[in-house]
Design a protein around this ligand. Structure first.
Ligand code: HAM
Length: 419
């Protein structure tokens, strides 16, 4: 026997027992997106590498070491499996001039790819739902994006998800802060780990994100962005907070929240839970007013967020396995030469009437077929032998209670099953 082939490390199958939770999640999210007037956009999974280098930033974990990048052997193009959706969404909006028609409220979903060390809640292929509002500049849209999140957690029945917010100010404020932070880090070099020393001059804000316990005191005492903020950004941040308070959304200001992608300015936020161990961020985003221009579009403000589907499904009440699996309305059991064509016709007739019908496949005795009918979870079996076929009828057998089976015409089945 030849060796079995396994999936690529960190890339998971979603098995049928788990798929019910995914469907529940996706349906809930789609309904919620409609309620806020967001429209779907679908982008390719593969993009030119340059798109991500220019948008996410050269000195970020994602671009430095996590991208699945390869050369197309047929034409030499430098391509990357998307590590996130914001860059592709902005690229698509520019390419198709979507913003000429006015601001756009968009969403997308699908797999993203990052070559990280896999662990619970962290995978190399994972899934996001992303929401992007393009062409809107005010604090109202930042607040809307956050308030939406709060509703989704309620819709999904999730508690214990907390909101952290921060502001990164405008480009000049960040440059001022950056200089002050570099100075501080330089004077405290002895306390920095290797990673921090390497990043100190290229991406000093990311040093604040370090999880190294030995550096926490040093990070705690570092200068704060808030003190360098420009007036308009400060006002913007206060307005966002006012709208959150007005909506009754609780938040905590975390001045060390800087995010792992370089395109952000002003508002940034993360929804975090303590229930998933180290991978506690279930949803994150912020404003990125410079990105559209940075990748060649006419300057346009923008803000958005993305949520990690695997992490949120792991949080579903009682664990994902408690979402009931989808069962058919009826399972069709049949045996006999005359029964066969009748059973096929009846199955299609019931589907015409809007029923979910699983047709037994693979033959076998009535007894073994009834076992399969039971295992399918269907509340009724439709049984067809040559007798039923001759009479143009079916036997309808309740599977989940003690009621007697009845002989009826196929067209009466829907009313009896739904009744
Ligand atoms: P991000 O923080 O890199 O932001 O990812 C968003 C969410 O995706 C995370 O909070 C997490 O739930 C999930 N996630 C990220 N990496 C993994 C992984 N390796 N395994 C499982 N889940 C993961 C972005 O991607 C931005 N594009 C968000 C955004 C949209 N900002 C503005 N618009």
């Amino acid at each position: 026997m030849s060796e079995t082939i396994q999936s690529v490390k960190g890339m998971n199958d979603v098995l049928p027992d788990e798929a019910a939770a995914w469907e529940f999640f996706e349906e809930t999210v789609r309904a919620w997106l409609r309620r806020y007037g967001y429209r779907q956009i679908r982008m390719p999974i593969l993009e030119r590498t340059d798109l991500f280098v220019r948008s996410i930033g050269e000195v970020t974990d994602i671009v430095e070491k996590e991208m699945f990048t390869f050369t197309d052997r047929l034409n030499g193009d430098d391509l990357t499996l998307r590590p996130e959706g914001t860059a592709s969404c902005a690229r698509a909006a520019i390419q198709h001039s979507l913003l000429y028609a006015g601001p756009q409220r968009l969403w997308y979903s699908g797999p993203m790819f990052r070559h990280e060390r896999p662990q619970k809640g962290r995978y190399r292929q994972f899934h996001q739902f992303g929401v992007e509002a393009l062409g809107l500049t005010g604090p109202d849209i930042d607040a809307e994006l956050i308030i939406m999140g709060a509703r989704l957690w309620r819709d999904l029945g999730l508690a214990n998800i907390e909101l952290e917010v921060n502001t990164l100010g405008d480009a000049e404020a960040r440059a001022r802060y950056r200089a002050r932070l570099i100075h501080y880090l330089e004077t405290h070099q002895d306390g920095l780990d290797e990673d921090a020393r390497r990043r100190m001059h290229t991406n000093p804000l990311r040093v604040l994100d370090s999880k190294n316990p030995q550096m926490q005191a040093l990070i705690e005492a570092a200068p704060r962005m808030l003190d360098d903020l420009d007036e308009p950004s400060l006002k913007h941040f206060e307005d966002v907070q006012r709208l959150l308070r007005n909506a009754g959304v609780e938040y905590r200001i975390n001045t060390r929240l800087v995010r792992g992608l370089d395109y952000y300015n002003r508002t940034v936020f993360e929804w975090v839970t303590t229930e998933l161990g180290a991978q506690g961020t279930v949803c994150a985003g912020g404003r990125y007013d410079g990105l559209v221009a940075q990748i060649g579009g006419k300057p346009a403000p923008a803000a958005g967020f993305a949520m990690g589907v695997e992490r949120l499904i792991a949080l579903l009440p009682g664990g994902s396995r408690e979402v009931p699996p989808l069962a058919p309305d009826v399972y069709v059991v049949w045996s006999g030469e005359a029964a066969e064509p009748h059973a096929w016709r009846v199955a299609e007739q019931l589907r015409d009437a809007g029923m979910d019908v699983t047709m037994h496949a693979g033959g076998g005795s009535f007894k073994s077929q009834m076992k399969r009918a039971d295992g399918s979870g269907a509340p009724f079996a439709v049984i067809i032998g040559d007798d039923e076929a001759a009479a143009g009828e079916v036997t309808l057998k309740p599977m989940r209670d003690q009621r007697e089976q009845v002989r009826v015409r196929a067209e009466d089945v829907p009313a009896l099953v739904k009744g």
